[in-house]
Design a protein around this ligand. Structure first.
Ligand SMILES: NC(=O)c1ccc[n+]([C@@H]2O[C@H](COP(=O)([O-])OP(=O)(O)OC[C@H]3O[C@@H](n4cnc5c(N)ncnc54)[C@H](O)[C@@H]3O)[C@@H](O)[C@H]2O)c1
Ligand SMILES: [Zn+2]
Ligand SMILES: [Zn+2]
Length: 394
C-alpha cells in the first residue's frame, strides 16, 4: 500500500510499504478514506525528529471503512464506517474508566516513561504505524473505533479523531464561567475549533490571537474578537486587559505549544538540537530541552487573577523556566494534556449528526490526494495558500 513516511528533518515521502495484517484477535483493518494533517505532525518535521525512525508511517487523524476484523471482534463488522481516535486506548483499564484515555494503562509506553501510545507519533509514543496510509491496523477493535452513520460526508466526522475532542477538552479544562470570557492563543485548527466550541457552550466573550490574517478572519467569522499579534508584540496583555474590564479574561487557552513565534534564543537551541546526532539529541531534549514558551508566558500574563489556563498546545521540554512567583501569586489554575478522545465522543457526536453547529463541513481549507502529502505538509507548515486544515484522501 501507499503510506506517508518520515525520512528526516522536513523530508516526508509517499512510499510503497507492506499492507498491515491482523496480528491479534481483536485487531481490525481499516481502509482509510480521509485522514488529516495536524499541527502536532509539524513537531515531527522539526523538534521531535530525534524520536523518529526512518520509514515511520505518519498520521493520527484517520477515518474509513472496516475492511477486515479479527475473530475476537464482535462490536464492529466489515463495511462499517469508523473514525479512529489518535490515542490508542483499551477502553477497559482504570485510566480509561476515569475518562483518561490518553493515560491508558494497557498501552502506556513505560520504557519511555510516557502515557498511552499514539498512532504515528514517535518512539516516545510507541512508534505505532500511523493513519496517513491506504490501510491501518487498529487494535482494541471492540472498544477503540468510533462507529459513525453513513450519509454525511467524511468531513463531518473525521475531526472526531483529534480536532474536535481536543478543542472540546481545551474548553472544558478552561472552566469558563457562564457568559464568561476566554482568550484563545493560536488560531490553527485547534484554536479555531476551540473558539467555535467556546461560543457554542455559552462563553460571553471570546478573543482570538494569531499572526496569520486568514486565521484571524476565520475566528472572527465564528464569533471571536480577533487580535493580530503582529500589531501587539509588546502590549498584548495590556490590550486584552483593556478589552476585559481591566481585569483580564476568566480563562486563556494556549493552542500554540512549543513552536511559538518569538523567543529567538530558544529557537537557536532547538536548531542546535535538531543538528546533533540522533541519540545525543534525544537525550539532550529529554533532559534539558526547552520550548519556545512565548504563548505560555502570554497566557500567564493575560489571564485574570484566580483564572484558569488550559494548555492544549504540545510542549516537550524538560527544563522549561516558568515564572512560579507570578503563577503562585495570581493563584492560577493550570490544566493540560493530550486529549482523551473517547471521553468526549458522546458530547460531540450528536452535534455532527444534527445541523452541524460547529461548521465542520467547510472547516478544511484543502482536500488533496494522499500522494501529494509532502507538498501538503510544506504548505501547512508555511501557512501558504491559506492552508489552515488539510485533509488527505488515499
Ligand atoms: N493536546 C492535544 O491532545 C493536542 C491535539 C492536537 C494538537 N495539539 C497541539 O495543539 C497545537 C495547535 O495545533 P494546530 O493543529 O492548531 O497547529 P498550528 O500549528 O496550525 O497552529 C498554531 C497557531 O499558533 C499561531 N502562533 C504561533 N505563535 C503564536 C503566539 N506566540 N501567539 C499566538 N499565536 C501563535 C500560529 O500562527 C498558528 O496559527 C500544537 O502544538 C499541536 O501539537 C494538541
Ligand atoms: Zn493531531
Ligand atoms: Zn485503557
Amino acid at each position: 500500500m501507499k503510506a506517508v513516511t518520515w525520512h528526516g528533518k522536513r523530508d516526508i515521502r509517499v512510499d510503497t510499504v507492506p499492507d498491515p495484517k491482523i496480528e491479534r484477535p481483536t485487531d481490525v483493518i481499516v481502509r482509510i478514506t480521509t485522514t488529516g494533517i495536524c499541527g502536532s505532525d509539524l513537531h515531527l518535521y522539526e523538534t521531535l525528529g530525534p524520536f523518529m525512525g526512518e520509514g515511520d508511517i505518519l498520521g493520527h487523524e484517520p477515518m474509513g471503512i472496516v475492511e477486515e476484523v479479527g475473530n475476537g471482534v464482535t462490536e464492529i463488522r466489515p463495511g462499517q464506517r469508523v473514525v479512529i481516535p489518535f490515542n490508542i486506548s483499551c477502553g477497559t483499564c482504570f485510566m480509561c474508566g476515569q475518562g483518561l484515555h490518553s493515560q491508558c494503562e494497557t498501552t502506556q509506553v513505560r520504557e519511555q516513561g510516557m502515557g498511552a501510545a499514539l498512532f504515528g507519533y514517535t518512539k516516545l509514543y510507541g512508534q505505532v504505524p500511523g493513519g496517513q496510509a491506504e490501510y491501518l491496523r487498529v487494535p482494541f477493535g471492540n472498544t477503540l473505533p468510533i462507529a459513525v452513520p453513513d450519509g454525511p460526508p467524511d468531513e463531518r466526522f473525521v475531526y472526531l479523531s483529534d480536532v474536535l475532542p481536543t478543542a472540546w477538552q481545551a474548553v472544558e479544562y478552561a472552566g469558563i464561567p457562564a457568559d464568561g470570557s476566554v482568550v484563545v492563543l493560536g488560531l490553527g485548527p485547534i484554536g479555531d475549533m476551540s473558539v467555535r466550541i467556546a461560543r457554542h457552550r455559552g462563553a460571553g466573550q471570546v478573543i482570538g490571537v494569531d499572526l496569520v490574517s486568514e486565521r484571524l478572519a476565520r475566528a472572527r467569522a465564528h464569533g471571536a474578537e480577533p487580535l493580530d499579534l503582529r500589531e501587539h508584540q509588546d502590549d498584548l496583555a495590556e490590550v486584552v486587559r483593556g478589552m476585559t474590564g481591566g481585569r483580564g479574561p476568566d480563562a486563556v487557552i494556549d493552542a500554540v505549544g512549543m513552536e511559538a513565534h518569538g523567543s529567538p534564543s530558544v529557537e537557536i537551541a532547538q536548531q542546535v538540537t535538531s543538528a546533533l546526532p540522533k541519540s545525543v539529541a534525544a537525550t539532550l531534549m529529554q533532559r534539558a530541552g526547552v520550548d519556545r514558551l512565548n504563548a505560555l508566558y502570554s497566557a500567564i500574563d493575560i489571564v485574570r487573577r484566580g483564572g484558569t489556563i488550559s494548555v492544549v498546545g504540545v510542549y516537550g521540554g524538560m527544563a522549561d523556566p516558568l515564572p512560579m512567583m507570578t503563577i503562585f501569586d495570581k493563584q492560577l489554575q493550570v490544566r493540560m494534556g493530550q486529549a482523551n478522545v473517547k471521553r468526549w465522543v458522546g458530547d460531540i457526536l450528536p452535534l455532527l449528526t444534527d445541523d452541524d453547529p460547529l461548521s465542520t463541513e467547510g472547516f478544511a481549507t484543502h482536500t488533496l490526494p494522499l500522494s501529494t502529502a509532502p507538498q501538503a505538509c510544506e504548505m501547512f507548515q508555511k501557512k501558504k495558500d491559506g492552508a489552515v486544515k488539510i485533509l488527505l484522501q488515499p
